[in-house]
Design a protein around this ligand. Structure first.
Ligand SMILES: [Zn+2]
Length: 167
């Protein structure tokens, strides 16, 4: 058995019916369920976007953590070190660049498609992440905000008002 509640998508405000299964409010409060009530289009967009962000984050961290001995750069210049083989590190950097290129293109397509915009992707998107891998979240948020301003604003607002999980 379940209870139906008339609600609207927390992101785009489209009308929807929340079907709350009996017992669900023992897990999380009704306010929590309502604060997560999104239409299929928005839920699909945000969940896929977050998965892509996770992939980008993973690859941004790969080469960075390979060399924690130097603070000179987040990705140390492989040619700057002498007396040791840097081939492995160079290969990792190339692999990181390739993967970041692929995943940032997927991310750009997802954001621009959602807004029905022409896809905007430039190589400097990858350069920026490779130069500042610790700032990857800020860089991705910046792209999201610039290419889908109202969707970004609603995402921020929905997150800011999420109530506690406890019933
Ligand atoms: Zn929606």
């Amino acid at each position: 058995m379940s209870t139906e509640i008339q609600h609207s998508c927390i992101f785009c405000r489209a009308k929807l019916t929340l079907r709350i299964a009996d017992g669900a409010t023992e897990l999380f409060s009704l306010d929590w369920w309502k604060a997560h009530g999104a239409c299929n289009r928005c839920a699909d967009f945000h969940s896929r976007r977050l998965t892509l962000e996770g992939n980008i984050y993973f690859h941004a961290m790969r080469a960075r953590v390979r060399d924690t001995r130097t603070d000179e750069a987040e990705y140390p210049d492989p040619d700057a070190k002498s007396g040791q083989s840097n081939e492995g590190y160079k290969a990792t950097l190339e692999s990181v660049r390739r993967r970041l290129t692929y995943w940032t293109k997927c991310f750009a397509k997802r954001v621009c498609d959602f807004e029905s915009r022409v896809i905007n992707w430039e190589p400097d998107f990858v350069d920026m992440i490779m130069q500042h891998p610790a700032q990857v979240k800020v860089i991705l948020d910046g792209y999201f905000r610039d290419h889908a301003p109202s969707t970004f604003k609603r995402w921020q607002a929905a997150r800011a008002t999420q109530p506690a999980r406890t019933p």
